[in-house]
Design a protein around this ligand. Structure first.
Ligand SMILES: N[C@@H](CCC(=O)N[C@@H](CS)C(=O)NCC(=O)O)C(=O)O
Length: 246
């Protein structure tokens, strides 16, 4: 462990949300790329940091010997460490944590599954799964838009870790083929956040540390790498991966 904070990650929303917070707090940190498409998350060194083999993981000199996984827990830790972006008063604090949990329990898993069934696999190859997660995503995008219709920020009356947790996920709206015109409050909130200097700095750091590398790791990934990434013990079952289509 070094004297600075180290964030292990890749260019994904769960990692980006932590970089947003590190930048908002003006902390010194190092970003370390983990090649998840090449099984690096299963190396003994990384498994010692997170036995579930997922990024992000934060190593913080203020938590010696205690690498922290789970992006929501990391955001709450940093908010408490810095005493920022998580209101102190009981009601606003509970509301903010509620929306962090909401993102972690609903938006991350459901939108993540929709990504899996629409972006990784050959288009249209899993119609039931695609319809199931598209319906879930529709509910979640609708809720976000309704929530933001009469407030500037998601919770607690101020910009907070709830907004940071949700913001990187909200960019899937168009990729998931929902119409931004049907979600005007969501889109306005997304732009408000994107204008923050800390958000722009975070995006530069993520691009510099991770974006350039992810293309290489995907290009190198074998069927075995994908099987491991998707959690299958042997080779992939008979699914149609867009990446290996001829
Ligand atoms: N609930 C976790 C999810 C973390 C997660 O899904 N990480 C993905 C990248 S965004 C990962 O590391 N995948 C590699 C794998 O599953 O092998 C969090 O929010 O931190």
């Amino acid at each position: 462990m070094t004297d600075t904070i180290t964030l292990h990650g890749m260019s994904s929303p769960n990692v980006t949300k932590v970089v947003l917070m590190l930048e908002e707090c003006g902390l010194d940190y190092e970003l370390r790329h983990v090649a998840v498409f090449n099984q690096e998350q299963f190396s003994p060194e990384f498994l010692a940091l997170n036995p579930l083999a997922k990024v992000p993981v934060l190593e913080d000199p203020l938590l010696p010997g205690q690498p922290l996984a789970e992006s929501g827990a990391i955001l709450i830790w940093l908010a408490e460490r810095e005493n920022r972006f998580l209101p102190a008063a009981a009601g606003p604090r509970a509301e903010t944590i509620q929306w962090v949990m909401h993102q972690m329990a609903n938006y991350g898993p459901m939108l993540g599954q929709l990504n899996h069934f629409t972006m990784g696999l050959r288009q249209g190859s899993q119609p039931y799964a695609e319809a199931r997660y598209r319906a879930q995503a529709a509910r979640l995008y609708r809720l976000l838009d309704q929530r933001l219709a009469d407030r500037e920020w998601l919770a607690g009356g101020a910009y907070s870790i709830a907004d940071m947790a949700m913001h990187p996920w909200a960019f899937y709206l168009e990729q998931h083929q929902f119409d931004p015109a049907d979600h005007p409050a969501l889109v306005a909130w997304r732009s408000r956040i994107a204008e923050r200097p800390a958000v722009q700095r975070a995006q530069e750091r993520v691009a510099e540390a991770f974006h350039a590398r992810i293309g290489d790791t995907i290009a190198k990934a074998t069927r075995e790498d994908y099987a491991r990434f998707y959690g299958f013990p042997g080779d992939l079952p008979d699914v149609q991966l867009a990446r290996f289509d001829d």
